[in-house]
Design a protein. Structure first.
Length: 190
């Protein structure tokens, strides 16, 4: 459910673009993101830093797009967003020896430090790739192609997240504990 909530604003943006054009779609994206963050706040009683940054960037760049009637602000927002995530993750890890993924998710998922480090670098590479890909599409293709790319980028994001899950699964600490519990139950039942 939560993963679906993350993609609703971009899906609504795509639909609005197809029906009414880029400026209505921009307003829809802004409104949908505000509603999305409101729902997340109701569910989790807080907004993570990533959510606050996303909301701020969409509202600022969306407002610039609408006020100045220039789509480039919205198009470049995604490049800046992905590049900023990559730089923050990398800087925190290299300069401060802090793994922000572990900080954000470590209470919910228990993994060895080496796995957290590899996940952190995977996110850095993924975000840099998405920033470069978005930039390339903005520079060399039409607005229509960019909107289509944003819709299909959901597939890339889902594939990346599934890949992360597949990579993490054998390393999850509760899996190991669960296997030990199963062995104990099997011995007790014999």
């Amino acid at each position: 459910m939560r993963a679906l909530l993350d993609f609703i604003p971009i899906l609504l943006f795509f639909g609005a673009y197809k029906l009414w054009g880029i400026y209505v779609a921009t307003a829809v994206l802004m409104a949908a993101t505000v509603l999305q963050m409101g729902l997340i706040y109701v569910i989790e009683h807080k907004l993570a830093l990533m959510h606050k940054v996303t909301l701020g960037l969409i509202l600022i760049f969306g407002a610039l797009t609408l006020v100045l009637h220039d789509i480039r602000f919205l198009e470049w927002k995604f490049t800046l967003f992905y590049a900023a995530i990559a730089l923050v993750l990398l800087a925190a890890h290299l300069l401060y020896r802090k793994n922000l993924l572990k900080t954000l998710l470590g209470m919910q998922i228990e993994l060895p430090d080496a796995v957290w480090t590899r996940l952190n670098y995977a996110w850095v590479i993924y975000c840099l790739f998405m920033a470069a890909l978005n930039s390339w599409i903005v520079v060399f293709f039409s607005t229509q192609a960019w909107v289509n790319f944003k819709a299909w980028s959901i597939v890339l994001s889902i594939a990346f997240i599934i890949g992360q899950g597949v990579y993490m699964a054998p390393h999850l600490k509760f899996n190991q504990a669960g296997k030990e519990d199963n062995k104990k139950e099997e011995k007790a039942g014999s």
